[in-house]
Design a protein around this ligand. Structure first.
Ligand code: NAD
Length: 256
């Protein structure tokens, strides 16, 4: 029960990694709010977890909605102790083919949204005066360039940078900001990635995924279960002396 009586706000928690974190946090004694643009799926996810989880509609590109939803959650649950800035989208094109629409979508959801969610939650934590934990979802994609994945890689590199600056700005308030950089995690996100590679590299559906699975040093894709231990650690008091870090959980993928 490392998160007993804590309140966690998880964006994009209706499925995938965010849902895995929501389940793990409740298992550790927390109450969890799943804030997702897909409210039907978020509601189902919350009721599947049980009474300690609830769902709220949030589009992280809507800055007014962020302020409202964070304010209401803070009031309803008596304060937010943990934020997981997890919602993101994937898109793919080399520099010769990027579009303004893709740029705006990727950067609005993967960078601007998380920055303003961080701002709203940090201000609520400061006003409450009890500190807190902020976990940003970066990616191995933020650690290196990829010829076909320019915008997504750049958005995740920016999250690593924002984690460092926010951590240095918030440490005086007892708020620890860190990030997690997964490698390849199986689920709907990677089904989308695979479909993009199929289009750009002329591959059959599933071909890229199979090749990538073989190339990970540990020999397989991750599941959300492989990532959740670090999230619980970063959300708990065990990580009180840690800030501004981005940790890889990638089966050795980035190193290789
Ligand atoms: P996913 O695509 O399965 O889930 C993303 C969630 O975000 C969905 O529930 C979706 O409804 C929600 N969402 C999308 N746009 C939103 C918006 N505007 N407002 C609110 N919610 C929105 O992704 P995942 O695989 O679970 O990844 C979670 C995080 O981990 C993301 O930040 C992703 O970039 C990162 N990541 C994933 C992988 C991977 O291989 N899956 C690898 C590295 C990093």
């Amino acid at each position: 029960m490392r998160l007993k009586d804590k309140v966690a706000f998880i964006t994009g928690g209706a499925r995938g990694i965010g849902l895995g974190f929501a389940e793990a946090f409740v298992h550790e004694g927390a109450r969890v709010v799943i804030a997702d643009i897909d409210i039907d799926r978020a509601t189902k996810a919350a009721s599947g977890i049980g009474p300690e989880a609830s769902a709220v509609h949030l589009d992280v590109t809507d800055l007014a909605a962020i302020e409202r939803v964070v304010g209401e959650t803070d009031k309803r649950l008596g304060g937010i102790d943990i934020l997981v800035n997890n919602a993101a989208v994937f898109d793919m094109a080399p520099i010769t083919d990027i579009t303004e629409a893709s740029y705006e979508k990727v950067f609005d959801i993967n960078l601007k949204g998380p920055l303003f969610v961080m701002k709203a939650v940090a201000n609520a934590m400061i006003a409450r005066g009890k500190g807190g934990k902020i976990i940003n979802m970066a990616s191995q994609a933020g650690r290196r360039g990829e010829a076909l994945v320019l915008l997504y890689c750049a958005s995740k590199a920016a999250m690593i940078s924002a984690t460092q600056s926010a951590a240095l700005g918030l440490v005086k308030h007892g708020i620890n900001v860190n990030a997690i950089a997964p490698g390849v995690v199986d689920g709907e996100h990677w089904d989308i990635v695979d479909a993009h590679f199929a289009k750009w590299e002329g591959l059959a559906p599933g071909e890229k995924k199979a090749a990538v699975a073989k190339s990970v040093p540990i020999g397989r894709f991750a599941t959300p279960d492989d990532i959740k231990g670090l999230a619980v650690f970063l959300a708990s008091s065990d990580s009180d002396y840690i800030l501004a870090q981005t940790y890889n959980v990638d089966g050795g993928n980035w190193m290789s």
